[in-house]
Design a protein around this ligand. Structure first.
Ligand code: GDP
Length: 297
């Protein structure tokens, strides 16, 4: 699996110029240092409330007193919710609905989750409820065969709610641990998406009362702050239980992640660190902070 340090290289580079002045041993943090820091924080999409705290840390720094520990603490304290995705559950199957706009990495994330479930000795089923693109079902079939799990897919143009219904039924009858449902992510206007999501969720609930147990939003990290805006729209449409942030490895704007947690009140469960099935890591605030700041000099 790719590492956090590698995946955050571009965001760290965006911050480096601003942070260098803070961590210079034995020197005062000058006004120029603080200005450079502010610019760097903005360019990495660090939310304003957090940037303000970091600038306060810099302003309060005294000559010769290293402030790395203070900065680390400020960054860590930005993550209020530490909830983790729970793989084990008394409920079987656990139904996980994956939502997000096209291209955000939904299908890949569904497959990665199935791969990790298998590694834990669980039996996942993948469901292709994205019936608008014929290629989507094909892509998920390929993933299922490489992961080694069952896949439920309808014909192109089939009713996505019916596919989701069948997948949950199959999960119950086959004794699966997890049913992971990939959905379509057209987001031209809010109403059709809302109708579609409502229909899928009702259909899943009919198939298994209480399901879906998790609704995960997949967000593309290369969008930076725009991903936060997207998340707010989705959260109004479907109540989210968690977020997965993909393509952290390709983003220079990874500084937005604390905003997802704080402004939506929803935990970031996983991050995508690469394209491989194994490249999905549970979100870890300490690794994130280390990846942003780089190794101590
Ligand atoms: P969907 O339309 O939302 O289902 O998106 P896909 O799963 O098809 O992913 C779109 C593209 O993003 C594909 O080329 C994936 O390989 C790529 N992708 C998904 N997650 C990641 C990630 O964490 N890192 C990188 N580098 N690429 C990713």
């Amino acid at each position: 699996m790719k590492s956090w340090i590698d995946a955050l290289a571009r965001t760290r580079a965006a911050l480096a110029n601003g942070i260098r002045g803070l961590f210079r041993p034995g020197s005062v943090v000058s006004r120029e240092d603080r200005e450079r820091l502010e610019e760097a924080l903005v360019s990495a999409d660090v939310p304003m409330w957090l940037a303000g705290k970091l600038l306060d840390d810099a302003a309060a720094a005294r000559s010769g007193v290293p402030i790395r520990a203070t900065v680390e603490q400020t960054l860590l304290s930005a993550f209020a919710s530490k909830a983790a995705f729970s793989w084990e559950s008394a409920v079987k199957p656990r139904v996980v609905l994956i939502v997000g706009v096209n291209g955000s990495g939904k299908t890949t994330t569904a497959a990665k989750l199935a791969w990790h479930a298998k590694r834990r000795g669980l039996t996942p089923i993948l469901a292709a409820a994205d019936t608008f693109r014929a290629a989507a079902a094909e892509q998920l079939r390929k993933w299922a065969s490489s992961v080694g799990c069952d896949v439920i897919a309808g014909a192109a143009g089939a009713d996505s709610a019916a596919v989701a219904f069948d997948a949950v039924k199959a999960g119950v009858s086959r004794g699966a641990d997890l049913v992971i449902i990939d959905t379509a992510g057209r987001m031209h206007t809010k109403q059709p998406l809302m109708d579609e999501m409502g229909k899928i969720r009702r259909s899943i609930g009919k198939s298994m009362p209480g399901a879906p147990h998790e609704t995960l939003l997949v967000l593309d990290a290369t969008l930076g702050n725009n991903a936060v805006a997207q998340a707010k729209v989705f959260h109004e449409i479907v109540p989210l239980t968690g977020v997965v942030i993909t393509k952290l490895d390709g983003s220079a704007k990874g500084g937005f992640i604390p905003a997802v947690n704080k402004e939506l009140g929803v935990p970031v469960y996983f991050v995508g660190l690469g394209e491989g099935a194994e490249d999905l890591a549970p979100f870890d605030a300490a690794e994130f902070v280390k990846g942003l700041l780089g190794p101590e000099a």
